[in-house]
Design a protein around this ligand. Structure first.
Ligand SMILES: NC(=O)c1ccc[n+]([C@@H]2O[C@H](COP(=O)([O-])OP(=O)(O)OC[C@H]3O[C@@H](n4cnc5c(N)ncnc54)[C@H](OP(=O)(O)O)[C@@H]3O)[C@@H](O)[C@H]2O)c1
Length: 435
């Protein structure tokens, strides 16, 4: 066999230790597939004395500073498993590229903010910038887009990309519990961080979507262009209403290429029951790629966790060992197209609208007139029971499903309905996504 591929791992937390686990379990298998032995020669983390599972790292080069590890002459590949869009992770990745090391990272935040710049720097030196683990953990969606689907110009990529949100929405639906209640449980189980904003606010999904959009459509990564809405305001009542209408609510990241421009959005979404995405529950992820020649492709699996994520890192390692060095975003980074936002257009799939009707005669007729004036047509209406006369202000739930319509028209109509006092609380609006 040829010389070993020497790995330097910065970050020995969940994912870093997972990589050590797989190399310990499958060292021979990986070497056979890589065509050469693959060995970790150097590592970096904050705390040298912290135990790292069952792994004895005493024989390895240790660096307190990941930048020093990135520059080490003792490694061929720098694996960044620290996290964060700036600071040590970014400094070390830049240093690795500058000193001629291939880079592997699981860091979607770094890629969403600096992906195109880092790819240009790596490619200028003939180096790999691999990031299979950065989107949907163990699901090989990066490789699918970068290699397997090169004969397609996808028009739409969407899916469930955050296990924490999917867990919370699944439990709310199955057990009839509130968002706050399930969030607490998810935190206790380690599925959600103490500060859950990054996940439940939709930002983690947005980082991943930005990377997928670039790969799918050949444009520069553009995180600020994404419209982001989290799941914090999804009410149990909406999940129940959706279920009765034949839908589930999922947090989706959606990217659509209209040719004239791109739309990227992250938001809670109604999706018809019985589709592969709606049936992806619990902490699982599912990504759909709508290829123009292959048709629909659905990739489903574990989107996080030590071993699924490390499994993706191993795929990147073996690619480099085999000499399979591809442009990071599918086309050379210098050839990535400038990102162009699509002009506002009707949301294909329509909207779910939940109104709490004020106890006021003629409210339904007035709402119908406002919607009609805004050219919003209704696909179905569900009116639930009667207003509760014992409530401080009697209201009755009124649910609408619209046909495809412009979001702006709907917003304006809702503002008028609210202003004219036909509803007792703010209308709740959720997009519907067709599979
Ligand atoms: N966890 C997942 O399921 C998952 C899934 C997909 C992608 N990712 C991505 O993978 C990356 C790592 O995530 P993780 O969950 O493994 O994080 P983690 O468990 O918090 O581990 C982070 C590691 O980085 C080290 N570190 C932090 N600051 C450092 C510094 N200044 N210098 C050197 N080392 C430093 C820490 O050292 P100490 O151990 O000494 O504190 C720790 O070992 C992130 O980009 C994350 O987004 C994670």
């Amino acid at each position: 066999m040829t010389n070993a591929l020497r790995l330097g791992i910065a970050g020995l937390g969940t994912v870093g230790t997972g990589v050590l686990d797989i190399l310990a379990a499958h060292g021979d298998l990986v070497a056979a597939r890589a065509g050469k032995p693959v060995t970790v020669t150097a590592v970096s983390a904050r705390n040298k004395s912290k135990p790292r599972g069952k792994h004895d790292l005493s024989g390895l080069e240790w660096h307190d500073d990941p930048v020093a590890l990135a520059k080490s002459a003792g490694i061929d590949v720098f694996i960044e498993l620290i996290g964060g869009d700036s600071g040590p992770a970014k400094d070390a990745v830049e240093a690795a590229i500058a000193s001629g090391k291939h880079v592997i990272t699981a860091n979607k935040a770094l890629l969403a903010h600096h992906g195109a710049t880092l790819a240009r720097a790596a490619e200028a030196k003939g180096l790999a910038l691999n990031f299979e683990a950065a989107v949907a953990g163990g699901i090989p969606v990066i490789k699918a887009l970068r290699e397997g689907l090169v004969g397609n110009a996808p028009k739409r990529v969407f899916g469930i990309m955050n296990g924490t949100c999917n867990y919370i929405l699944t439990k709310m639906g199955m057990e009839g519990r509130s968002f706050a209640d399930v969030l607490k449980e998810a935190q206790a189980l380690g599925y959600a961080e103490a500060d859950p904003t990054f996940d439940v606010g939709g930002f983690d999904t947005a980082h991943k979507l930005a990377v997928l959009t670039s790969l799918a459509f050949g444009t520069e990564v553009n995180l600020p262009a994404i419209k982001i809405e989290g799941i914090e305001n999804v009410a149990l009542a909406d999940i129940r209403n959706a279920a009765e209408l034949g839908y589930k609510i999922k947090l989706l990241g959606v990217a659509v290429n209209y040719g004239s421009g791109i739309e990227q959005r992250v938001h809670p979404t109604l999706i018809q029951r019985g589709s592969p995405v709606s049936e992806t529950d619990d902490v699982f992820n599912a990504i759909v790629v709508k290829g123009d020649f292959v048709g629909d492709l659905v990739l489903e699996g574990r989107g996080a966790g030590a071993h699924p994520t490390a499994s993706a890192v191993l795929s990147d390692i073996v690619d480099i060992a085999r000499g399979n060095i591809r442009p990071a975003f599918g086309v050379p980074a210098t050839a990535l197209k400038k990102y162009k936002d699509s002009s506002p257009r009707a949301h294909e799939g329509g909207f779910y609208v939940a109104l709490e009707l004020a106890d006021k005669p003629g409210a339904v007729a007035a709402i119908a007139t406002i919607l009609g004036d805004a050219k919003i047509s209704i696909e179905s209406i569900v009116q639930r029971g009667k207003a509760d006369p014992t409530a401080e202000r009697a209201t009755a739930p009124f649910i609408l499903i619209t046909h495809d319509t412009l979001e702006e028209s709907l917003k304006q109509a809702m503002a008028k309905i609210e202003k004219d006092g036909h509803v007792a609380s703010k209308p709740r609006v959720i997009r519907i996504e067709r599979f």
